[in-house]
Design a protein around this ligand. Sequence first.
Ligand code: ATP
Ligand code: MG
Ligand code: ZN
Length: 649
Amino acid sequence: MAHSADSNHLERQERFIKNLVAFTKEHRASHWSGPLSEFLEKQLPSNPHAATRTSHQYIWDMIRWQGGQDEDSKFHCKLFDDELFGIDDAIERVVDYFKAAAAGSEVGRRLLLLLGPPSGGKSTLVILLKRGLEEYSYTDAGALYGIRGCPVHESPLHLIPHTLRPSFRQTYGVEIMGEVCPHCRLRIEQQYGGDFMQMPIERIFMSEAGRVGIGTYAPHDPTTADLADLVGSVDLSKVAEYGDEGDPRAWSWSGAVYAASRGLLEMIEILKVKREFLYLLLTLTQEKNVKVSRFPLIYVDETIFAHTNLAEFRRFLQESENEALLDRMVIIQVPYTLNYRAEARIYQKLISAAEPAFREVHLDPHVLHTAAVFAILTRLHQGEDKDSDMSKKVRIHGGEEVEVVARPDAERIRDKLPNEGLVGVSPRFIINALSSAIIQSDAKSLTTMDVLLALKDAIENDARIDPKEKRKDVDFLVLARKDFYNRWVKEDVHKALFVSFEQEAQDLLDKYLDEVEAMLDNRKIKDPITNEERDPDERFLRAVEEKIHISDSGKQSFRQEVVRKAMGAYKRGEKFTLDSHAPLHDAVEQYLFGQRRDVLRLVSSTTRPDEEVKQKISVVEKRLVDEYGYDSHSAREALNYVTTLLAQE
Ligand SMILES: Nc1ncnc2c1ncn2[C@@H]1O[C@H](COP(=O)(O)OP(=O)(O)OP(=O)(O)O)[C@@H](O)[C@H]1O
Ligand SMILES: [Mg+2]
Ligand SMILES: [Zn+2]
């Protein structure tokens, strides 16, 4: 891990430099400004479509610009690849929403609501969209223009009077939507004597910090939250200057709704806000305007992206008046992932962003996966399933080949049950437990067992979990250990007993096949050196087969099936390897492991090991370190652990 941490670090540096270069390039993006007349002449004609994009179309263009490969003719968006793992379904739905809305579907007139359990990646998803928009707006394809000084950086085309719009459409082939805002309307009269062709236009760049095209609203305290936070209010300091409260210049245009115009408005914990907020937002998405008491309707085009957690949503559902509101939302669920490998990647990401004290601690190669298995177990449907069924489910969701399950069953298990992924522990919970294990023990190396204990501690000390739940969670820890960690660590230690496990296993497999084929053909086997002929080695065959409980009566059909598979592979021009046949894989491994177990017995049996024994053990330890991702501490622990396991078998 130390090695991979180094190369990760280098990679990160490289990526950072690349980003910096890209960033400066972007900032050389052509800034442009000029009066409307010049805009119409110089900027518009090259791409009239780009100038009339709605916020949904703009975001959809951004998503496509970020790139994505087609997977079975389906667009897979790259924007989220480096940051979000295991929630592809939710991401796909979000992408589909933008695709449909960009194409003019009715969904574009509904508010998008992400719904999911805490720390499930909702905010991260929105952040990635926001960063994506900022980046895109610096590119040529993402060039966007607005009226300079306009509080909603509105499209310059709003200045084109309605009577001229039909001929605009005939000239440029695109439709203008939207009206000039009250603020600009007044400026045209007062500053430019009605000559709108003189209104200043500029290229705009989306920026959350600059409050252009991106707005964020979080209710601090729902009871004092005021509609003014969203749509502004009279700016008393300016009333004196303009002499009239109704003057748009005396209005404070600081609301999040204005900032987000043309882009994205993120509404955090949206269901906590007062209902009048919700009505305003729903009208905004539906009608593309906001009503502020003293002005005519203000045209605003933006995409509202809201999120909330399940508890809040259930409370919201309880009020019947809210049902009508729900009709005007598109709800996308963002459940936790059920894939333990994806879950482990989340931990990896969170760790690499953590304090150095955390990052530098060595974790044995199964820490994150075992913790992830535990997390997934808590998220699965808790039915009448036996432990072994639960484990099987975890393996299938994790994309493991589980031979004993017939394919239709696997499909059925992969289909999520209603509540799955919406409950259970969050990635945060695991990371917090990990970090407290590190801080408390001051350790430089944590083993999976250390972490399982830390998780147990975290569960038992968590006041939010009720006692019954706690017992269940502890059972899941035991299950994760028994069905996953034990299997993984045993395999590592066993493999480390061999100079080249893969080679020896392949040799043994080849030998097994030769003997089986000779046996089925009633052939003799010729010794390659002495040329003597002998009968196939039935005792060897049975020794291998018994490892996976093939009975004497079942051996014939098992052998035939193996040969059939081997022939199939041969015909396809492939090599028949251990990966081609899961049961045989197990059998060969166990046969080999059985042969070397005596070394492991030495670990525990000799109280005062002599030099030779020490030597043998240290060779295994070294292989664990060099080839299997352990450090010397965790390698020793793993050896001891596996020795104890074997003693219990
Ligand atoms: N599927 C995932 N892939 C990668 N990282 C994830 C995933 N889910 C959560 N995370 C990480 O966990 C942390 C918490 O996620 P985030 O804040 O996005 O969750 P949230 O759904 O907004 O939670 P809340 O409801 O509590 O606001 C983030 O650092 C995020 O990167
Ligand atoms: Mg959040
Ligand atoms: Zn304006």
